[in-house]
Design a protein. Structure first.
Length: 501
């Protein structure tokens, strides 16, 4: 098993749980360090055998020195003395994040620096910062030099136990800014010291004019805010770099996603990095999806109401019928329309076009048994005396199915449950059991009753409807058989379409 943070540290008695959680928190946010420095980062954790590589991050805006992840690599003092020396020096309180050594990576010379990871003064690991570009010989622009300096400051914070920052928005969020999207550095008062070209372009697209350097970013942003849009109360804290948080700024020309990373030295905030991303198009698409979702919900709501109205009209019409045959036909039609309404009602509960079939099965069972058992009696059917009792049971899980498959499945199950009650349990009552077996897209549903069994294959309109839906709509197989101890089993065997996420 590869020695990652999850499967080595979490289950290893050598590392206390709080220290494991600190390293996991670091891995959730160290991509920003990798991107600022334009270098690969490798987390090396000490073990009795040597130093284990337990995590790796590649820069999103630079070339990698590892074509294959180094995770599971282990180096002893003889294999890589500089790595072990960096760990020893960190334990003695000696850090030098600027000193580098040369190693070979992918048959090329690579330049490596080391930085310790501490928590409450204890060295937990060593991070190697690796690049094909020598820090001494690199020809950088002023913005690139500032970017690398900011990355170095985060390395120093890592050594002080101040990075990762507790409470920072580490979990991913749609539209979250990264270093490559743009960055702005501000001093302790929120005055802009430098900005990347991408950040300048993002602010200019959203209406901010003029040179930003030397100005208070909060004042520049305030002049550009949309006056009719409510302002997030955390926006000033982010713009001044006082809080490690993330916020959207609704400007006149678009929407910016901002994330502040305060930089501290010995516990005192000295400056901050503010990551910037133009998320105007992202938010517009999210709004369209929300509008589309609301529209779909409203359609399902109206369809459900209309179907329930039709079912009520059929019920009223059946009461006016003098012919028993006509009355039964209208009640069957009412039951089928009500079943379709159940599916649309279920679609109202979720945010996707999927239905939890188990909930529909429960409601279909109640609907079928209530409607069917009201028409079957023990003894004199005409007298309406001595209604039989039918107990329902559900076994297994059918899971989520697509909306277009839920409707035929619900109709078929309603028909099978109704037939079981009306024909198998009409004289004695008994048990009706639906058993679901789901394996991936393969779904098998058995409808069992412990009644008198069937002398021959069922026939009738309901049976034909069920057979047509299973074969034509679902591309599956519907079969009937007598149980070994009496009763009847109907089996639905279908392969569903996969649900895309």
């Amino acid at each position: 098993m590869a020695p990652t943070v999850n499967n080595v540290l979490t289950y290893d008695d050598e590392t206390p749980r709080p220290e494991v959680e600190w390293l996991q928190l670091l891995l959730g946010d160290w991509q920003v360090v990798s991107d600022l420095l334009g270098s690969d980062l490798v987390l090396w954790v000490p073990r009795e055998e040597g130093m284990w590589a337990t995590a790796h991050s590649r820069p999103a805006n630079g070339s990698t020195v590892y074509f294959e992840d180094p995770i599971s690599s282990v180096y002893t003092r003889e294999d890589w003395p500089e790595l072990l020396a960096a760990y020893d020096n960190a334990g003695a309180g000696v850090d030098d994040v600027d000193a580098f050594v040369t190693v070979e990576r992918e048959s090329r010379p690579a330049f490596v620096r080391f930085a310790p990871v501490r928590r409450k003064g204890v060295v937990l690991a060593i991070v190697s910062i690796e690049s094909f570009t020598s820090p001494a010989d690199a020809r950088l622009t002023a913005a690139e030099e500032e970017q690398h300096r900011l990355g170095r400051e985060l390395l120093l914070m890592m050594g002080e136990g101040a990075f990762p920052i507790k409470g920072a928005p580490v979990p991913p969020r749609r539209g979250a800014p990264r270093v490559g999207d743009g960055w702005v550095s501000v001093d302790s008062e929120g005055v802009v010291k430098a900005a990347s070209p991408n950040a300048l372009s993002a602010f200019h697209r959203c209406g901010m004019q003029g040179d930003m350097v030397g100005s208070l970013l909060a004042e520049l942003a305030t002049a550009d805010l949309q006056s009719r849009i409510p302002v997030d109360e955390s926006l000033p804290l982010v713009l001044t770099g006082r809080a490690a948080w993330r916020v959207d700024m609704q400007a006149k020309g678009g929407i910016l996603s901002l994330r502040a990373i305060p930089i501290t030295r010995r516990g005192q905030r000295t400056e901050a990095i503010i990551l910037v991303r133009d998320v105007t198009e992202v938010r517009r698409r999210e709004k369209e999806l929300m509008t589309k979702d609301a529209t779909i919900r409203e359609v399902h709501h109206r369809v459900k109401n209309n179907l329930q109205t039709v079912a009520a009209l059929l019920r009223l019409q059946s009461r006016r019928m003098k012919s028993d045959e006509a009355k039964d036909a209208l009640l069957e039609a009412m039951r089928r329309v009500s079943t379709i309404a159940l599916v649309h009602e279920s679609l109202l509960q979720g945010s996707e076009e999927t239905v939890l079939l188990d909930d529909v099965i429960d409601r279909c069972l109640r609907l079928a048994v209530d409607a069917a058992s009201a028409t079957v009696h023990d003894g004199d059917h005409a007298s309406g005396i001595g209604q039989v009792a039918v107990a329902t049971h559900k076994v297994g899980k059918a899971g989520l199915v697509r909306a277009e498959e839920a409707t035929p499945l619900a109709l078929v199950l309603t028909e099978l449950a109704t037939n079981a009650v009306e024909h198998g349990l009409s004289e004695t009552g008994g048990n009706l059991t639906i058993t679901s077996e789901r394996s991936g897209t393969h779904l098998v549903i058995n409808v069992d009753d412990d009644g008198k069994g069937m002398p021959s294959r069922p026939e009738g309109l309901g049976t034909n409807i069920a057979q047509t839906l299973v074969q034509g709509e679902l591309g599956g197989v519907l079969t009937w058989e007598n149980g070994p101890d009496g009763g009847t089993r109907a089996t639905i065997d279908v392969y569903l379409d996969p649900i895309s996420r």
